[in-house]
Design a protein around this ligand. Structure first.
Ligand code: HEC
Length: 178
């Protein structure tokens, strides 16, 4: 092996080392993560080293009874305009594309007289409570899979609370708040 060839080999080795260092430094500058000294969310009485902490923080929000305590039937009446293409809500008014919703809170589910419910709805059973109505209005398709109400849902929990306060007022027998 002559010295020219040896030079080539050592040059290759040096270039290799330099490349490695360059990539390492670049990665470090992109992915540098500072360890937190303390957990960002501290919940009393919980081991802060567990994933449990994050979960607890995510699910905390106003409860349904807190939401209903500040809900407004007047605001709900405005939200209900989005439902009126398919639903009447006056006493004795006819069904439209969807069933009449007079007195719906506390009523048996899927039981408006003369309305042809989907099989999914007929199997739903139970009565309408604030809890299951909240779930249904958030996402009709998820709450009762296969039901034929073509409505994406009300994403805002405050709007759902307002509309439930309104629907509860459109009744001979409003049910008590949760
Ligand atoms: C595009 C038409 C349409 C719109 C808009 C719509 N619905 Fe419906 N809704 C239906 C249909 C159809 C059903 C019956 C579903 C079935 O039989 O599967 C239904 C069923 C319901 C029921 C169950 C009634 C019962 O007798 O148990 C409730 C409650 C309800 N809708 C509330 C609402 C509210 C509140 C809104 C507005 C936020 C709304 N709907 C918007 C078509 C609609």
């Amino acid at each position: 092996m002559d010295s020219f060839e040896l030079n080539k080999i050592s040059a290759a080795v040096i270039i290799g080392i330099l490349l490695y260092l360059a990539v390492d430094m670049a990665a470090e500058s992109i992915y540098h993560v500072e360890e937190l000294e303390k957990s960002a969310y501290v919940v009393e009485g919980l081991d802060t080293d567990t994933a449990e902490v994050v979960e607890v923080v995510v699910v905390e929000g106003p409860s349904l009874s807190e939401l209903m305590a500040t809900a407004s039937a007047d605001r709900g009446a405005r939200v209900f305009r989005r439902c009126q293409a398919c639903h009447n809500d006056a006493s004795g008014a006819p069904n439209k594309v969807g069933p009449n919703l007079w007195g719906i809170m506390g009523h048996d589910r899927g039981a408006a007289e003369g309305f042809g419910y989907s099989a999914a709805f007929q199997g739903a059973g139970g009565t309408w409570s604030f809890e299951n109505m909240d779930e249904y209005l958030a996402s009709p398709a998820k709450a009762i899979p296969g039901n034929k109400m073509s409505f994406a849902g009300l994403r805002k929990e405050g709007e759902r609370a307002d509309i439930m306060a309104y629907m509860n007022s459109m009744s001979d027998a409003p049910i008590s708040l949760p």
